[in-house]
Design a protein around this ligand. Structure first.
Ligand SMILES: [Zn+2]
Ligand SMILES: [Zn+2]
Length: 175
């Protein structure tokens, strides 16, 4: 979503309310698709810091469609987080340590800024539910829906690995 800011804030040091809803493009993050489920809401104030320098301070609310890292199914996730976004036509902001994006001075494009902030505000481990059982590592069955028939159980592989390690130790001490 883009906003015409030059008409909204005609003078340097002007401030205005910027409360808008609009579409933000879906994107990929580390090979995973991050999709928006409907409009994204921005509740903020916008400041014209310099002639071609705008600052947006407020809250973003977005409904996302994420992929569960265990069962690979899509699930919905609501996120709401504060932002402070700087838009300038120059390469550098006034302060180096800010969340900085480009503007031509007339409009600001919020997509990249919101996408970047979404990534920082979603869980690193994305799960459809905390107790999602995921897929059977042997036959690929969805263990939330069915008990698979391949004979695999949760602890199979771990137990066998431990058993064989003990067997080796036992052999060692038996000698
Ligand atoms: Zn899941
Ligand atoms: Zn299985």
């Amino acid at each position: 979503m883009t906003v015409n800011v030059v008409d909204m804030l005609q003078e340097v040091n002007a401030v205005a309310d910027l409360n808008i809803s609009g579409t933000v493009k879906d994107f990929e993050y580390m090979g995973e698709k991050i999709a928006f489920d409907g409009d994204v809401d921005l509740t903020s104030k916008i400041f014209r810091v310099k002639s071609k320098y705008y600052k947006v301070v407020g809250t973003v609310k977005a409904r996302l469609i994420l992929q569960c890292g265990r069962c690979m199914k899509n699930y919905k996730f609501l996120t709401e987080f504060p932002v402070e976004l700087h838009f300038t036509s120059k390469e550098k902001a006034i302060d180096d340590d800010v969340d900085l994006y480009y503007t031509d001075g007339d409009t600001i494009d919020l997509d990249e800024a919101i996408q970047t902030n979404v990534i920082m505000n979603i869980p690193a481990k994305r799960l459809c539910s905390d107790d999602c059982k995921g897929l059977c590592p042997v036959c690929g069955a969805d263990l939330d829906i069915e008990c698979c028939s391949c004979g695999h159980t949760d602890n199979d592989s771990d137990d066998q690995a431990v058993d064989s390690r003990f067997a080796i130790l036992k052999d060692f001490f038996d000698k």
